[in-house]
Ligand binder design. Structure first.
Ligand code: ADP
Length: 437
């Protein structure tokens, strides 16, 4: 078969030959040539017209007849249409599958457009968020009118989630997450967390109640043991050690109960963080003085106040966090070690480092240190509840701060708390706090 261009050129050549022959025959070359050109143009117009009709509404799977280059043009367009049709079918099938899958999801899913308008939503969104077909095109902020949600939508910090009550189902708690995708599109996913929240509350209440109930018997037990140790003469020598151990274990249990109660208090989400101005240099001085009173033989403590920054937050919580870090450094380091407590600036931020030259912690323990009850069990390690660092972490999270732990076994550890600029308040104050002991 000739190539389309060759057949078209031979067609033109034949037309010219035909024109030249009849032009010569009738002695009218210009007129015959003009007639030939007009016929050639009419042929193109005819095929172009056929193409338009076919493209407009003709059957896509029927190839129109043509010759010369039109045959090739028809064939190429036919192939393109067939391919597009196949691709469209595939896309429709995929979309159908996606819609059936998202419709079956138990979580409410809403596709939001660039102006926060609802483009699509699944069945669960109707049930949990109360959306109806007629809401398509409406702004989501006009339908879910909760200040927390409006703030979340406006500030676009999609790393976090926001909790709201369901506007459609009674007593249902939702956790909403927005996931950006594509260009200016976002997926809003609302999960029913009622059961989860209930279980969390049950757990927190249980721990709080048990800890609270244990307090009274522990205090009574401690009182009796103190009375016994005061009346040393009345206690047979054989029992002295027993009572001593009992007193130690009671103290340990008391610290566990206190730690659990502190954690429960920190964890209860309803508790708003107090926003007092906390004089950190004074607080650290106090914490260091107290830490030194805990035992007679303790490492050398060096408090370095290099910043006049104060913090916005809860003095009670910060005191408990700082105290845990300093007491740990003093408790786990031998008397020959050094403990340095440094309060310094880090640009607009502020930082507390509690560094010691104690035994250090093996790297495999570092990621788990802030878990509740996690303790590094090494021979001769001091007793503890394993709750101290969990409390520190919670306090820091509530203050928007970060805990960094660096440690080299045999060399020492450094626990750093980095506070964000929005929590730092500065005033001109002479930097004069230094204690060595
Ligand atoms: P604990 O009540 O046992 O001290 P923490 O949560 O405060 O509980 O600490 C968890 C574990 O981390 C401790 O058991 C201890 O082994 C280790 N640890 C904490 N601080 C230090 C430190 N400064 N040096 C060495 N080990 C430490």
């Amino acid at each position: 078969m000739l190539s389309p261009w060759r057949s078209e050129l031979s067609f033109i050549f034949l037309a010219l030959l035909f024109g030249a022959f009849f032009g010569k025959l009738f002695n009218q070359p210009a007129l015959v040539l003009w007639l030939c050109l007009a016929a050639y143009l009419a042929r193109h117009l005819f095929y172009a017209h056929r193409l338009i009709i076919w493209l407009r509404g003709g059957r896509a799977n029927e190839l129109p007849r043509g010759d010369g280059m039109w045959e090739e043009i028809y064939y190429l367009i036919f192939r393109l249409r067939r391919r597009n049709k196949r691709r469209k079918k595939q896309l429709i099938r995929m979309l159908e599958r996606f819609r059936t899958a998202t419709a079956a999801l138990p979580d409410a899913t809403v596709v939001l457009g660039p102006r926060d308008q609802i483009d699509w939503f699944n069945e669960a969104a109707g049930r949990l968020l109360g959306l109806r077909r007629c809401d398509i095109g409406q702004k989501i902020g006009n339908l879910l009118r909760y200040p927390k949600f409006t703030h979340y939508l406006r500030h676009a910090d999609y790393q976090t989630t926001v909790g709201i009550p369901s506007p459609a189902a009674e007593n249902v708690q939702l956790e909403i997450r927005i996931v950006p995708y594509g260009e200016d599109l976002r997926l809003l996913v609302a999960q029913d967390v009622t059961q989860l929240r209930f279980m969390e509350r049950v757990r927190t209440d249980f721990v709080a109640n048990v800890s609270h109930e244990l307090r009274t018997p522990l205090t009574v037990l401690k009182g009796y043991l103190e009375t016994l140790s005061d009346a040393a003469d009345a206690v047979p020598e054989a029992y002295e050690k027993v009572f001593q151990r009992m007193a130690e274990q009671t103290a340990r249990m008391q610290s566990l109960v206190d730690g659990l109660l502190s954690l429960t208090r920190l964890e209860s989400a309803t508790r708003q963080l107090t926003q007092n101005r906390v004089n950190v240099p004074a607080l650290l001085t106090l914490v260091c003085e107290e830490a030194q009173l805990l035992s007679d033989k303790h490492p050398t403590l060096d408090l370095q106040i290099e910043s006049d920054a104060d913090l916005l937050g809860s003095e009670q919580e910060l005191r408990s966090a700082f105290s845990n870090l300093v007491v740990n450094a003093m408790k786990y380091s031998p008397p020959s070690a050094w403990v340095t407590v440094r309060w310094s600036d880090e640009g607009q931020r502020a930082r507390l480092d509690v560094e010691d030259t104690g035994p250090g912690i093996a790297p495999e323990h570092l990621p788990r240190l802030t878990e509740r009850f996690y303790r590094v069990d090494v021979e001769g390690s001091k007793s503890g509840s394993g709750l101290g660092l969990a409390i520190v972490k919670h306090v820091l999270v509530r203050h928007g701060a970060e805990l960094k732990i660096a440690s080299v076994p045999g060399k020492g550890s450094c626990f750093s708390c980095c506070f964000p600029a929005k929590r730092v308040v500065r005033t001109e104050r002479p930097i004069a706090h230094e204690i060595h002991a």
